[in-house]
Design a protein around this ligand. Sequence first.
Ligand SMILES: Nc1ncnc2c1ncn2[C@@H]1O[C@H](COP(=O)(O)OP(=O)(O)OP(=O)(O)O)[C@@H](O)[C@H]1O
Ligand SMILES: [Mg+2]
Length: 290
Amino acid sequence: MSDDARTAADPGTTTGGAVEDAVTCGDLRYSFGQVKAVDGLDLSVASGEIFGLLGPNGAGKSTVIRCVTTLLPVPPGMVRVFGHDAARERMAVRRLLGYVPQQLSADASLTGRENVALFARLFDVSRRERSARVAEALEAVGLADAADRMASTYSGGMVRRLELAQALISAPRLLMLDEPTIGLDPIARTSVWEHITAVRAATGMTVLVTTHYMDEAEQYCDRVALMHQGRIRALGTPEQLVAELRARRDDGSTPTLEDVFRDVAGSGLDEEGGEFRDVQRTRRTASRVG
Ligand SMILES: Nc1ncnc2c1ncn2[C@@H]1O[C@H](COP(=O)(O)OP(=O)(O)OP(=O)(O)O)[C@@H](O)[C@H]1O
Ligand SMILES: [Mg+2]
């Protein structure tokens, strides 16, 4: 492990400003044809932080995540990961991160162990270490007992934890999770989060996560950014955002993070970006893991 990896693994040093940020986006823009998916986004995620990217369907969250993973190409200078430019040092960036995409990515026709082993090969984990590291990753997400069952027999929560194990196999310094708990029951959601927070506590990795569940964001994220129409409209700790809305309303009521979300998204919660895609995605999740 390099010196800077060791430093970044200590979340306690992030407040002094001496440690580089895990992710920096400066005026990030990304368009799909005429659609400005991300429209001038400035963002810094501190090393060791669990950072939540929130916002309505179509806000641009997944696009931001995919730009940071380098899966979508951006010009130099817009995205840096632990100081590495996503355009100029693509492979260096990729080596630092783990990624669980919004669409499910485990192969149902393989066992849990085989799925994770596939990622171990992909990420160049040496043959000598491979089986121990795979077993360790499965253990870390509570799948040791189910490791040799086909993934097609897993529940939705188990599949999401399997994907977490896949993403953790490279011991990433930055874990990117795009809606890791979509479609899961409350117990399975808690279980996924417990595994994320346990690995974070053990390794100091940074987590950049998107979610539509405001209760999760409130409970597990150190800071959140609320996106709408490709831009960040509010940024802070969940407590700060709630306190700001309370002060602005000044009517004695106690808002929740969901109220902040509604306030930011406002009339932008339209049919176009929203319901159809959401239903389609939930169905896809259900059919994939059902
Ligand atoms: N491959 C693509 N081709 C064309 N347009 C796209 C593509 N991917 C995303 N978009 C558009 O970019 C915008 C942002 O989409 P994105 O998927 O980043 O939103 P999101 O915040 O992740 O939404 P959700 O909560 O539904 O996952 C939307 O208007 C979407 O329709
Ligand atoms: Mg998305």
